[in-house]
Design a protein around this ligand. Structure first.
Ligand code: UDP
Ligand code: MG
Length: 332
């Protein structure tokens, strides 16, 4: 009989004291269901990653870990953002399990899609992307901006799976290779396609947050989109170069036209047109410098090789610690 895979569900949590008590039992229930169906090992776990929350989130996670051995948690030393929190959890899980599923803790992603994800893994997929089939519960604004985000990303050379956020199954084999991508500017959903291996897609409906509020206002979403594009592609720099060539040619044509006009003796009132050209070019130059500056800034950050996450605490101390470590040795 084929060995059942150990699954670790990785859940980033930032100031989630309101939803965690509601969703934690749902995750546990799903884990038990999958275990009973014989699709995963009973040694599977739910790993919460506390991302430097300022409320009682870590307290709740610690209590959950005491109540049920399937709940475990790690805490980041400070808030580092969703992507780094997921990364910390995945790296923690990589050597201790066979498959991971990352999911938000607010109940927006349908946990029932996990059955299909695990099924796809049994069928041979090493990465299974959760894709939203509908966005009816999102506001018109959120939906339009989010879908625009995927289109823009792809147009600018960052290949991402359309409408896939960070709900995905990844095997530990893929994670071990993923660990070689040592960059500091991480954009997970654009990076897993780079690693390769057989992948597939599972559709699910995204619902509303069960409680609390979103930590992703438009400002953060734009920052994520920009980070995704500049981390994964240099197309914007090429576009800028193209723009430069285009406007140089336009400038040349304007110069020829001005000389011809002067020779023909037509007096040109000049001032307005010159100001316009100066403004347009000035604007384009500033934008271009800004984009190039972003890439230089990224290079600067990458050369520092700063740690991408720092784990300050783990729930598995004492007896539970020995037991988790023994399991890891069994596996190794
Ligand atoms: N999150 C995090 N660190 C942050 C912001 C968010 O770990 O700095 C977590 C949050 O707890 C949630 C997930 O990332 O589990 C997605 O955040 P949210 O639901 O606020 O975003 P939205 O679904 O509205 O895009
Ligand atoms: Mg959410």
């Amino acid at each position: 009989m084929e060995a059942k895979p150990i699954l670790w569900i990785v859940i980033p949590c930032y100031n989630e004291e309101q939803v965690l008590p509601l969703t934690a039992p749902m995750f546990l229930h799903k884990l038990q269901e999958l275990t009973e169906k014989g699709r995963i090992s009973p040694r599977s776990r739910i790993l919460f990653v506390n991302d430097g929350s300022k409320d009682k989130t870590w307290q709740i996670i610690s209590d959950l870990a005491k109540q049920d051995e399937h709940f475990i948690g790690i805490s980041q030393s400070r808030n580092r953002g969703h992507q780094n929190a997921v990364l910390a959890g995945l790296m923690e899980a990589a050597d201790r399990c066979d498959i991971t599923i990352s999911i938000d803790c607010d109940g927006q992603d349908d946990i029932n899609a996990m059955d299909e994800m695990v099924e796809q893994y049994w069928q041979g997929s090493e990465v299974v992307y959760g894709v939203r089939s509908k966005r009816e519960t999102d506001t018109w604004f959120k939906r339009t901006t989010a879908e625009g985000f995927y289109k823009l990303m792809n147009a600018l050379g960052a290949e991402v799976v359309f409408n896939h956020a960070d709900y995905r199954l990844v095997s530990s084999r893929v994670l071990r290779h993923f660990a070689d991508y040592e960059e500091v500017n991480i954009f997970l959903r654009g990076m897993f396609p780079l690693v390769g291996f057989p992948s597939s897609v599972v559709y699910y409906e995204r619902s509303e947050r069960l409680a609390g509020q979103s930590h992703y206002p438009l400002r953060k979403m734009l920052a994520l989109a920009f980070n995704g594009i500049t981390s994964l592609s240099v197309k914007p720099i090429n576009l800028i170069a193209g723009l430069g060539v285009f406007f140089s040619l336009l400038g040349l044509a304007a110069a020829v036209w001005a000389i011809v006009e002067a020779i023909l003796g037509h007096t040109v009132a000049g001032w307005a047109s010159i100001i316009c050209i100066v403004c347009i070019l000035g604007g384009i130059q500033l934008i271009s410098l800004g984009v190039i500056g972003q890439y230089i800034g990224k290079t600067y950050l990458e050369t520092k090789r700063r740690p991408r996450y720092i784990i300050s605490e783990r729930t598995w101390e004492g007896a539970q610690r020995r037991w988790i470590e023994e399991e890891a040795e069994d596996k190794g």
